[in-house]
Ligand binder design. Structure first.
Ligand code: NAD
Ligand code: GDU
Length: 324
């Protein structure tokens, strides 16, 4: 396949692009480098430095490439930050995606796989969360993605767009040569590993007064390689199905305190922690029902264990910072 990957210089898009190329597919990446560096573009990919909001640029690229599918990862991703500057998230994630959809429609490009998120559910009424659950984001980041899901529904219905909206839960872990290092880093696992490496003094636990067994927030962590597999399966499934919406998670939740404890075991380091107030916009628990992904995509995660997810992240993290 000939695949266009937006946001392919980033953590997840870059991992999926690398795995697509390993399987013999041709990949072109569009990334504005707002949150990545040019040397993070996976080797072997064609690279276009552009914002997805640049519709003329996207149209000429799509006309030239005639891709079999578009994997759309480009976005700003910090739920906490979106509580401070919501407008930035609606502009970059929602309005810019409309430009991409218009460019796809104008060039007759079909087959989009969209990076949606568990944040579209907000505070769930029950866990595990099925795709049919109420959609009520508790932060503008989640809302910016839900608005895209609504646009996709209408582009599908009125313009015949074939799409898969994959609602990822918390993506973590690494391939041997590619892992998670956002700039700035706000994600719990790389921050914990920074503490293990001595790059930070302690990990801050945002809230221990949630209605959960140990009071800290519960999340469902999914290995980035398993997530990548689901994207490749989704591109294939779009040959049979014209509209797919599914969660990607393991169906098991771990609290922030449990993740820190697991990381202490994996790294053998003490990892000091300190309780802080809640971070605005955080739901107490997000755990996926992944039945739809199994049923529609035939997806079976290979690395669901939190220890193995942490081990892969730890291997990569040590290697990355070995000489810094
Ligand atoms: N990390 C997670 O746990 C998680 C969970 C759910 C959903 N997601 C979604 O997965 C996708 C990828 O996340 P990630 O963790 O790899 O983030 P990332 O920040 O590492 O990668 C995003 C990439 O998109 C690029 N980008 C942002 N806006 C752009 C624009 N307007 N035009 C072109 N490029 C642009 C950035 O430069 C960056 O390289 C995002 O859509 C995110 O919302 C991530
Ligand atoms: O220093 C930290 C950082 C995070 N947390 C807590 O750890 C949990 C996970 O936080 P992350 O920032 O790692 O991830 P989020 O759950 O906020 O969000 C992630 O997963 C979501 C889907 O569940 C989104 O899509 C989003 O892009 C992605 O960043 C949260 O309860 C958060 O409060 C801490 O206690 N201390």
């Amino acid at each position: 396949m000939n695949v266009l990957v937006t946001g392919g210089a980033g953590y997840i898009g870059g991992t999926v692009a690398a795995l697509l190329m390993e399987q013999g597919h041709t990949v072109t990446i569009v990334d504005s480098l707002v949150h990545a560096k040019a040397n993070e573009v996976p080797k072997g990919a064609n690279f276009v430095e552009a914002d997805i909001a640049d519709r003329p640029r996207l149209e000429s690229l799509l006309n030239e490439m005639k891709p079999d599918g578009v994997l759309h990862f480009a976005a700003l991703i910090e739920a906490g930050d979106s509580m401070r500057v919501p407008e930035v998230y609606f502009r970059n994630n929602t309005a810019s995606t409309l430009s991409l959809l218009e460019a796809m429609h104008a060039t007759g490009t079909q087959n989009l796989v969209f990076s949606s998120t568990a944040a579209v559910y907000g505070e769930p009424e029950a866990v595990p969360i099925p795709e049919t659950a109420r959609l009520a984001p508790t932060n503008p980041y989640g809302e910016s993605k839900l608005l895209v899901e609504y646009m996709l529904k209408w582009f599908h219905q009125l313009h015949g767009l074939r799409y898969a909206s994959l609602r990822y839960f918390n993506v973590a872990g690494a391939l041997p040569h590619r892992g998670e290092a956002h700039e700035p880093e706000t994600h719990i696992i790389p921050l914990i590993l920074d503490v293990a490496l001595g790059r930070r003094d302690k990990i801050l636990i945002y809230g221990d007064d949630y209605d959960t067994p140990d009071g800290s927030c519960i999340r469902d962590y999914i290995h980035v390689a398993d997530l990548a597999d689901a994207h490749i399966l989704a591109l294939d499934a779009l040959k049979r199905e014209s509209r797919i919406i599914c969660n990607l998670g393991n169906g098991t939740g771990f609290s922030v305190k449990e993740v820190i404890e697991a990381a202490r075991k994996v790294t053998g380091k003490p990892i000091p922690a300190e309780i802080k107030p809640r971070r605005a916009g955080d739901p107490a628990r997000l755990v996926a029902s992944a039945e739809e992904a199994r049923r529609i995509l035939g997806w079976v995660p290979k690395t669901p264990e939190i220890d193995r997810i942490l081990e892969s992240a730890w291997q990569w993290h040590q290697q990355r910072y070995a000489n810094r």
